[in-house]
Design a protein around this ligand. Structure first.
Ligand code: ZN
Length: 703
């Protein structure tokens, strides 16, 4: 049934998941096809070392934590391979699945027999934990006496809370990745048996159960199984689960104070309205991004325009009113939720790492549907800022929330004011481990005889364009330097078009909405030369189009201006009123205490400050810092106000009630000259707990 076959070659296996959908008579799919990461070798100074650190440090560290915390034993206990009781949260299986997915991606480009053998051992335990009819959910199988609500004797009885279908989704993603990486069916067979059980259990047909998952994830994962197998039942089930939301749901009501009371409210799980009627992003942020990614998949694979319009409405709300400058989302610690429109507190913002990764998934899919570069602008923003901040430079420490401000005291990161090696709820580390090795797959895409260059990351790619193969090479020091050289080497000469993304940040549009704007228009212009001759920018949906008869060795030189730019938020974002932030290229910068005399929250940025970019290979893994003459106030002149503290109190066991969110400067506060140093936001929190801020007081504002 699996098209790619038992001993799939690498290329055919990758094609099966990335390029081809043969399952419907109409042959519908995304009009744009990503070039799979297995066909792209990243060889730059920025992402390549991070991907290698992920392989050598992060993945082994997470597996070790999964062992130490009983996450892997839970499978062995459920499978009768060892004695004991289920330990931990009811979604802990997914930490193992996500890391298998990351390890598999890593194996695709970096064979590692030892890692492959390790995966075989873990997969044998997972297979043992599967019940004879395909059911796989270790909390129930290992400890039928109910570990937590939703894990009791009856299957599927409390879908809003049990995470049974969420866990299954991560199993499918891991299984697809493992099969494509190794050609082994060991995990895929487990996944397909489980998916067949679920497809036989749920659906609109008489006699089947009605329901939908409380935590979206299985929808986009079923689409992956559909792509791999061509079994339309999986696509139908994905659509069914999305369509079921919002048509009446009876939620168990937990008493106030009970930690499961967060599930009393249908908006938390985006089940308050049918997905077509949802025009505001509410509830749990990660769930919304996974739901939207599944909606985009269904829109592409069924050709259903209404699905596209629904997902586009949600996108406009998120990117127009609910997104932080780093691309992160989710304003409230309380229930990991979106806030109201323009509610974007900095100190107390949540911005879960998983939600940033979900934004990358979602925006990439929106690009594949539309060909619009604005979606890649958001994807790039969140990759370089919101996602990357979630993992330390050494690959061993993590952020769960990623706020844009720290006072050095508020323990925003599950009980810490800095990075942590692990969390009780450990979704974020595993998510990072699977995202990083897939980054090369976001660089290029094709449509007919068009090659899209979406991201500027040095390395080489081999791109199938109809019956022609085109080798493409990028050389650059991006994101530190805006000079990019692309060399084209088609196996046969001929006409095709290169669409090179011209980032919004070079076009006075940091985001494709009015949520953020540069204070001044940029002076420098983008330039493109082909074989040394300047070509005019022929723009199409945010891409510079160069259509010509290409021949071996043709060279494109791109210069993207890398000025430091001041950004302001929409006036309705009260938390950013009177503040300004600084960006350079795709990077959001911040002031952190070690570079600024021990403080950062007292800095005032005068109008017209000139920034000097300085390469610092010795600092924070090698960064370009920004220096400028600023002002600083006495610390006592900075006070806090606002009510976010009350709104966010007691979000979960590990969080503490935060201080008031907003910061102001006393009117008439004395200011002294301050030599300002800014570092890339992603690199903060490597030198001890202390003050950090993306937003700096803007001089001349009445506070
Ligand atoms: Zn997470």
């Amino acid at each position: 049934m699996v098209r790619a076959g038992k001993a799939a070659t690498f290329a055919t296996a990758v094609m099966a998941i990335s390029c081809v959908s043969l399952a419907t008579a109409e042959n519908k799919d995304y009009p744009i096809t990503p070039v799979p990461f297995t066909a792209v070798k990243v060889a730059d100074g920025f992402w390549a070392p991070r991907i290698e650190t992920n392989r050598t440090i992060t993945i082994p560290a997470i597996f070790r934590k999964c062992e130490e915390t009983g996450r892997i034993d839970n499978f062995a206990i459920a499978g009768g391979l060892m004695k004991g009781e289920y330990k931990g949260e009811r979604y802990n299986d997914t930490d193992v699945y996500k890391t298998i997915e990351g390890a598999s991606y890593s194996l695709m480009v970096h064979p590692d027999p030892e890692l492959e053998r390790y995966l075989d051992g873990v997969i044998a335990k997972i297979a043992a934990a599967q019940e004879p009819d395909g059911y796989l959910y270790t909390p129930r199988t290992a400890s039928p006496g109910q570990v937590q609500p939703g894990t009791g004797a009856e299957r599927w009885a409390e879908l809003a809370i049990s995470h049974e279908l969420y866990n299954a989704g991560h199993l499918y993603e891991a299984a697809a990745a493992h099969f494509l990486a190794t050609g082994k069916r060991s995990l895929l067979d487990v996944a397909l048996k489980n998916a067949d059980l679920i497809a036989g259990t749920f659906g609109p047909e008489p006699g089947k159960r009605q329901g939908f998952p409380g935590h979206q994830e299985i929808e986009l994962a079923l689409v992956k199984l559909y792509r791999l197998t061509g079994n339309a039942a999986y696509l139908d089930l994905a659509r069914y689960f999305l369509d079921q939301r919002g048509h009446g749901v009876k939620l168990v009501q937990y008493p106030p104070g009970n930690r499961f009371a967060i599930y009393n409210d249908a908006t938390q799980i985006q089940a308050h309205k049918p997905v077509f009627e949802q025009d505001e992003a509410v509830g749990h942020a990660v769930r919304l991004t996974y739901m939207a990614s599944g909606m985009a998949d269904v829109a592409a694979l069924t050709g259903d325009r209404a699905y596209f319009e629904a997902v586009r409405k949600l996108w406009e709300n998120v990117v127009g009113k609910k997104m932080y400058l780093t691309g992160g989302i989710g304003s409230r610690h309380d229930r990991e939720r979106f806030g109201d429109d323009y509610e974007l507190p900095n100190l107390t913002g949540y911005l879960e790492t998983c939600a940033s990764i979900g934004m990358a998934f979602w925006n990439h899919r929106m690009f594949l549907l539309t060909g619009e570069a604005g979606y890649i602008d958001i994807m790039e923003r969140v990759m370089y800022n919101g996602v990357l901040s979630g993992v330390s430079l050494d690959g061993a420490l993590f952020f769960y929330p990623n706020p844009l401000e720290s006072d050095g005291r508020y323990r925003f990161n599950k009980g810490r004011a800095g990075r942590a090696p692990w969390f009780g709820v450990a979704c974020c580390p595993g998510n990072v481990s699977r995202f990083l090795p897939s980054v090369p797959g976001y660089i290029y895409a094709t449509r007919g005889d068009v090659v899209y260059v979406n991201l500027f990351i040095a390395g080489e790619g081999r791109i199938g364009l109809g019956r022609r193969a085109v080798n493409i090479k990028q050389e650059s020091r991006f994101p530190w330097d805006g000079k990019v050289r692309i060399t084209i080497d088609p196996e046969r000469g001929g006409r095709f078009a290169l669409h090179i993304r011209i980032p919004g940040w070079t076009q006075n549009r940091p985001v494709p909405t009015d949520l953020y704007a540069f204070e001044e228009p940029g002076e420098a212009k983008v330039s493109i030369q082909v074989n040394g001759k300047v070509v005019p920018l022929d723009m199409d949906k945010g891409f510079a189009r160069i259509s010509r008869v290409w021949k071996r060795g043709d060279r494109i030189d791109i210069v993207l201006p890398m000025e430091a730019r001041r950004v302001a938020a929409h006036p309705s974002v009260k938390d950013d009123e009177g503040f300004v932030a600084v960006e350079r290229g795709p990077l959001v910068y911040c002031a952190e205490w070690p570079d600024n005399g021990g403080r950062a929250l007292n800095i005032v940025l005068p109008a017209g400050t000139v920034f000097r970019a300085e390469d610092r290979p010795d600092l924070l893994g090698g960064v370009t810092i920004l220096k400028g003459e600023a002002l600083a106030a006495d610390a006592t002149a900075v006070t806090r106000f606002g009510e976010a503290g009350a709104k966010d109190a007691a979000a979960d066991d590990e969080d503490e009630a935060p201080p008031a969110a907003r910061r102001r400067l006393a009117p008439g506060a004395a200011l002294r000259p301050h030599p300002l140093v800014l570092i890339p936001y992603y690199a903060w929190a490597h030198r001890g707990d202390g003050e950090m801020s993306v937003w700096l007081f803007k001089s001349g504002t009445q506070y």
